[in-house]
Design a binder for this molecule. Structure first.
Ligand code: BMP
Length: 207
């Protein structure tokens, strides 16, 4: 079975992140690296994690096209597999980031409660625009698995789904509803035994 968990390395310590990355590298599709690691250790941390396994950078780019493109270009020079951006900024920014990114993942809908206020009402349109600009995948919430299905049906793009474990979503429900990859952070990285934890998701012990 292809490993389809993306572990979110939301840690401040580079030493700890590298330790977990080495431990889990054969069990993940990729590691998601975002602000906690980058702000505490600099962009070089991306190259270090990328030498262990695939890295998807999640700084949810959401600026005007030129600035977003400059950010994505800089990030892309660190040997990473993909970049996550916000979709609510619209297709001009998406196109600009697309041009300079290896793989581009667009957030269609978020997993937290606040998404319902602005993002969820626009998520289907975001998904369609992301498809039009040639995104490689969409982010859709495991906390609302029925939304994964809707977003997948609309855009027919691979879905990366966060919100499993600590946020209350379920790995198996996300998969049943069409998630291709599931993003999991705290319930794996803060566990006493991350390797055992990730295996429990794969073998169904942990839902
Ligand atoms: P955790 O499993 O610890 O809740 O982490 C989820 C990860 O997914 C975090 O890195 C967070 O930034 C990201 N994420 C999310 O939780 N919801 C979204 O809608 C989009 C995300 O990128």
């Amino acid at each position: 079975m292809e490993k389809n968990i993306i572990v979110a390395l939301d840690l401040e310590s580079e030493i700890e992140a590298i330790k977990i990355a080495r431990l889990l590298k054969d069990e993940v599709y990729a590691f998601k690296v975002g602000y906690p690691l980058i702000l505490n250790n600099g962009l070089q941390v991306l190259t270090k994690i990328a030498s262990i396994a695939n890295v998807i950078v999640d700084i949810k780019i959401a600026d005007i096209p030129d600035v977003s493109q400059a950010i994505a270009k800089k990030i892309s020079s660190y040997g990473v597999k993909g970049i996550i951006m916000q979709g609510f900024v619209g297709s001009d920014t998406m196109k600009a980031v697309r041009e300079v990114s290896r793989e581009l993942y667009v957030v269609a809908e978020m997993s937290h409660e606040g998404s319902l206020q602005f993002i969820t009402p626009a998520s289907e349109k975001i998904a369609l625009l992301a498809k039009e600009v040639g995104a490689d995948g969409l982010v859709a919430p495991a906390t609302r698995p029925e939304r994964i299905k809707v977003i997948k049906n609309i855009a027919n793009l691979p879905i990366l789904s966060p919100g499993v474990g600590t946020q209350g979503g379920s790995y198996s429900e996300a998969m049943k509803n069409g998630a291709d990859y599931v993003i999991i952070g705290r319930s794996i990285i803060l566990s006493q035994d991350p390797l055992q934890k990730i295996k429990e998701f794969y073998n169904g012990v942990r839902k």
